[in-house]
Design a protein around this ligand. Structure first.
Ligand code: NAI
Ligand code: MG
Length: 355
């Protein structure tokens, strides 16, 4: 029996609700498929802890997490805590310290979901966005001086290193190579940002030489938004910087139906540190605590987690159950259905048990 230690940080808001769903589905698939066991270390890191004890996580938390095989994450964010605090206290340090330098965000139009793109049917939009996840615009460098005066200065430094760009480019070309279309679009804004993003483009050109079977093109991020909406079929694998990837993947989620089905993996492909799996969405203050959140993004993130750990069969069983529930119209309100979070979870578990 293969055993895996999973650190579970449900976090805040709907993160707590959808994490419960993901764990329930994992239990169902473990029972169905067998051969592996997930051992959970459920951690109370989050805004409630911050409000009660003054810190999002106890001292030494990153060392504690390092010993796990994977980290499963719900969401962070609290109406009473400024967003830059919650993000920088919990999620961003994990991505940086564990060198989770690729953030993989697939999106596709699934059967049963009314398309948001004019004239598009399932299959017309099938993308994998590879977002650089440790540096770029979210490197965390900058500062403020003369605070509160008319001379106040704030800087936010975008950092691009040759090593950082090269490793994410390699991952993107490899991802494109494994997909049927073997086609990669490199996104930047190197007309306006002529240092970091010029390096980005140059490294893409150099790395491309090692993948002669992958066709690739370049897009400026503003034009990319237009292409995503007007010619979704012309795209397949996409590689972007940290900020651009954050924005384009939310757009991709909306175009493919709902942010409630968008899942993501923050990977350290070298496997020296644990990778992290989480839905793309946040704590969703407007629907939290109401059993309204779509749990599919969280459930699909759990499937990606066990796939990364080597449990391909179980991952495929979860994904196919999610697809089936959507095709049957058994969905939450964001996809036009009437079901609650817990009801969708039950539907997915039932499909798995009888599969
Ligand atoms: P959000 O993703 O939490 O919500 C945006 C909109 O999408 C809301 O209308 C929400 O109801 C809807 N939505 C999100 N997930 C859904 C789901 N599973 N089912 C149905 N509808 C869903 O983003 P927002 O409102 O910008 O941020 C709220 C908080 O979450 C903030 O504190 C923010 O910093 C944090 N956040 C955390 C992230 C993370 O933990 N990785 C990612 C994004 C935001
Ligand atoms: Mg985002």
């Amino acid at each position: 029996m293969q055993k895996y230690n999973i650190a579970v940080i449900a976090g805040d808001g709907i993160g707590i609700e959808v994490t419960a769903s993901a764990l329930e589905v994992l239990r169902a698939v473990q029972q169905k498929v067998g051969g592996f066991e997930l051992i959970y270390d459920e951690l109370d890191y989050g805004s409630a802890r911050y409000k009660a004890q003054g810190s999002y996580a106890p001292k030494g938390w990153l060392d504690h997490l390092r010993s796990s095989d994977a980290i499963y994450f719900g969401a962070v964010g609290d109406p009473d805590v400024p967003d830059h605090i919650s993000l920088w206290e919990l999620i961003l340090p994990m991505r940086q310290v564990f060198q989770q330098y690729v953030n993989v965000r697939p999106s596709s139009i699934l059967p049963g979901i009314p398309s948001r793109v004019a004239g598009s049917a399932p299959g017309d939009l099938d993308w994998v966005i590879i977002r650089e996840n440790t540096e770029g615009e979210y490197a965390g460098q900058g500062g403020r001086t003369h605070v509160g005066t008319e001379h106040e200065v704030a800087t936010e430094l975008a950092v691009f290193t040759r090593k950082g760009v090269e490793r994410v480019m390699r991952y993107a070309f490899e991802t494109a190579q494994k997909r049927p279309k073997k086609f990669l679009t490199v996104v930047s804004k190197s007309n306006a940002q002529r240092y970091g993003l010029l390096l980005w483009d140059e490294v893409a050109g150099l790395v491309s030489k090692d993948y002669p079977d992958v066709e690739w093109d370049k897009m400026l991020v503003d034009a990319m938004t237009v292409r995503m909406v007007s010619k979704p079929k012309s795209l397949d694998t996409i590689v972007t910087t940290n900020l651009h990837g954050d924005i384009l993947s939310d757009l991709a989620a909306a175009l493919s139906g709902s942010i409630g089905i968008a899942h993501s993996s923050s990977l350290d492909p070298s496997r020296k540190s644990p990778s992290l799996f989480e839905p793309v969405h946040g704590a969703a203050f407007d629907i939290m605590g109401k059993d309204l959140a779509n749990p599919i993004a969280a459930i699909m993130s759990a499937a990606e987690m066990i796939r990364f750990l080597g449990e391909e069969k179980a991952a495929a069983v979860i994904e196919s159950a999610c697809r089936e529930s959507i095709a049957e119209g058994q969905t939450t309100g964001d996809l036009g259905g009437k079901l609650k979070t817990t009801e969708v979870t039950k539907v997915v578990c039932d499909i798995i048990s009888r599969s």
